[in-house]
Every structure is written in C-alpha cells, then in structure tokens.
Ligand binder design. Structure first.
Ligand SMILES: *Cc1c(COP(=O)(O)O)cnc(C)c1O
Length: 386
C-alpha cells in the first residue's frame, strides 16, 4: 500500500497528449494544472520524447566524479537563462532549497558569522524536507516536525519595512518565491523586490529566489525576477526544468560561488546525471524553437480576461492574482475550493487549489487560446452550480 499522505483526486491517469490527459476509462481531461507546474510542454511532446529516447540509448548515469556532455550543456543553458554563473543540479525542488540554504550558511560562516539565520515570508512554501520546511510558513506542515532550523523569521510579503525591521547581523539570507504559489498566488511587486535587492547589497546578505514553481517560463520570462529587473544571488529551480523528469538546480552568482561551497561541502549521487540533463537541454531547445516565452506573454492577457470575466459573474469569487500562466482566484469560504475542483473534474477540467480557499491555474505553457476559452466555459458552468 502507498503511504496515504496525499488527498488524492480518485483518478488514474494513463496517458496524455498536448494539454489533454486520459484516464483508465479513456475519459479526456483538459489540464490546467501541469502536474503542479511541471509539464510545461504538455504531454507526449514528440521532440522531448525523442531526446529522452536518444539519451537512453547512450548513457543514463555515470557519477559526478566524471564530466558528461549533457550536464555541461545544461549548465550553459541555465546560466544563460538565469544570468547567474555557477550551477549545481539536484533531483527536486526541496533539494535545491537545501543546497541554497547551505550556500547561505557557508557564505556567512566565511565572514565569521556563526548560528546565522534566515528571513522567509508568511504564506511561503519551499518544500517538505526539514531544512525547506523551516522556511515554509504553514504551521500545519511544520508543527509535528519541530525542532526545525532555529531562528527563521516570517515576515509579511511585499512589505519591505517589516523586513528591514527584522534583518540583523545574524541574517545570512532572505528567501522568497518570486511569485508565491502553494500559500496563495501572490507575485512580489517590483518595488518590493528591488528594495530587497538594495537591502541585501547594503548588508551583504544573500537574496535567494525560489523559482521552483514560477520559473522556467511560467511568468512569460525564464525567471519571474526578470520582471522586477533584479538578479538574485541564488536561484532555485525544479518543476518545469525537466518537464516531468525529476531534476532541480540551484544557481549562484560568481561572487557567492567563490565565497561559499567548495570541494567536499556538498554532493548528490543522481544530481546532474546525463538522462536528467538531457531532459533539461531538450526543454531549453524546445522553448527556443517554439518561442514558448513569447507565447505565454502574448496569451496572458487573454487568460486574465477570461478569469476576470468569470470571476465577475459570481459574488463568491474574489480577486484574481497572478503573473503569466500562474494565476489564482480567491473564493469566499462558503464555497469550498475542494468542491469546485471536484465539479471541474466531473466536467473534465483539471485545476488545483492553493492558499486557504483559492483556485490555482497552472496550464501547460503550450496552451492555446481555444483551450483557455474552453476552460472558461467549463469553469463558468461549474461555478453556476454553487
Ligand atoms: C513545489 C515547490 C517546492 C518543492 O519542490 P519538490 O520538488 O516538491 O521538493 C519548493 N518551492 C516551491 C516554490 C514549490 O512550488
């Protein structure tokens, strides 16, 4: 038996094609969840599949004691997209966060700071491992697993003043999702992000951008911090980076790389293996070839318009918030988001929830205008029944 730690949806999915998924009864579902922001290229993408098959016939795994062609190419791709300089590949989002935390601790340690601490944000989500959980605000996720890493302070998002109040000589890093996801969709404002950048520069504190969900094109740029015209010191990525092959990464500026982790400080058996990196390289190739970023930028106003129109028709729908193909819609607590998701599934539309009672929309980045229209029609029909 599987350990029952997920509230499952009761569907068994067997295959996918484009933005559609099919279950074991061959029912077709329009997917606006992308397996929680992973399947940016949708399902059964011919070019992506071909790249994986080719790599399988060459080499799946070596170890990090050797170079492999794919990891070098993936590093080039990620440094070019992120404008950062050094990359470490992991197998998941949480692992990327763990690595970023070690970078920050080591950077502070090299400056003579012991017991350094982190600043994170209310409604944050950074993963389920003990380190990442320490930065995750949701008390329900944290409580049974205490003690977590000491001294993490949670501050209001988009509120620079309260961050300034809590920064002190022990602070090694400020960690934020460029667009908060799981805790309720909430983009960092440009002023806020630029203010954090300034604060971190003044104090020589690391700014860690968690782009595990909002990155890799979901915002219409490779990384959502580009919208704020800043560069973080550390970037974490995963989810769409491998389009379904489990891979993550953290990337560092040259300055931070030179003053943090050295040989022997960190490692991973699988991280950066040829198969995972072949997936990463195929993702970057396809993004370029199919102009994925400009497609998202071009279609975002339509997605926003459709969601705003639907939301406007129901008094129990609150504000829509988001950036690019990462959108949230708040529901009044009298309408339970779980019930809406269920009705959507019955009408062959897959959505997600987030926050306290919000709908979350994470369509594949290959989604077309007609799919957005269909989603809007199904959602309208479903909401009418509440
Ligand atoms: C999903 C997610 C994580 C954790 O990633 P896993 O691969 O599940 O470990 C961390 N941060 C953010 C913002 C996420 O959305």
């Amino acid at each position: 038996m599987l350990l029952e730690v997920y509230n499952k949806f009761g569907l068994t999915l067997t295959r996918g094609n484009g933005v559609y998924l099919y279950d074991d009864k061959n029912r077709e579902f329009l997917d606006f969840s992308s397996g929680i922001g992973v399947c940016a290229l949708g399902y059964n993408h011919a070019h992506f599949n071909e790249a994986l098959k080719k790599q399988i016939d060459k080499i799946l795994h070596t170890s990090n004691l050797y170079f492999n062609e794919q990891v070098l190419k993936a590093t080039k791709n990620l440094t070019k997209a992120s404008k950062l300089s050094r990359v470490f590949f992991t197998n998941s989002g949480a692992e990327s966060i763990e690595g970023a935390m070690k970078v920050a601790r080591k950077y502070a340690f090299n400056k003579g700071i012991k017991n350094s601490s982190f600043i994170a944000f209310k409604n944050s989500f950074h993963g389920r491992t003990l380190g990442a959980l320490s930065l995750t605000a949701n008390e329900k996720y944290r409580k049974p697993f205490k003690p977590l890493i000491n001294g993490v302070k949670f501050v209001s998002f988009n509120d620079l003043e309260s961050v300034e109040k809590l920064v002190n000589e022990k602070t090694c890093a400020i960690v934020l999702e460029s667009v908060q996801g799981e805790g309720g969709i909430n983009p960092a404002s440009k002023e806020f992000y630029q203010g954090l950048r300034r604060l971190c520069d003044e104090r020589d504190i690391l700014l860690i951008a968690d782009e595990i969900q909002c990155g890799m094109g979901r915002s219409g740029k490779y990384f959502a911090y580009e919208h704020s015209e800043i560069l973080p010191d550390v970037l974490t990525s995963a989810k769409a980076l491998g389009n379904g092959v489990s891979v993550g990464a953290f990337a560092l500026s040259e300055k931070v790389a030179k003053n943090s982790l050295v040989a022997g400080d960190h490692g991973s058996t699988y991280g950066g293996n040829p198969f995972a990196c072949a997936a990463v390289n195929a993702v970057f190739e396809i993004y370029a070839k199919e102009k994925i970023l400009s497609r998202v930028l071009k279609l975002t106003p339509h997605l926003e318009k459709v969601l705003d129109e639907v939301a406007g028709e129901f008094d129990f729908c609150g504000e829509r918030k988001g950036l690019g193909f990462m959108q949230g819609l708040r529901l009044n607590p009298k309408v339970k988001v779980g019930d809406v998701l269920k009705k959507c599934r019955e009408n062959r539309l897959l959505l997600l929830s987030c926050g306290k009672n919000d709908l979350r929309f994470l369509p594949p980045l290959i989604t077309e205008k007609t799919h957005i229209d269909t989603m809007g029609e199904i959602l309208r029909k479903v909401l009418k029944s509440f």
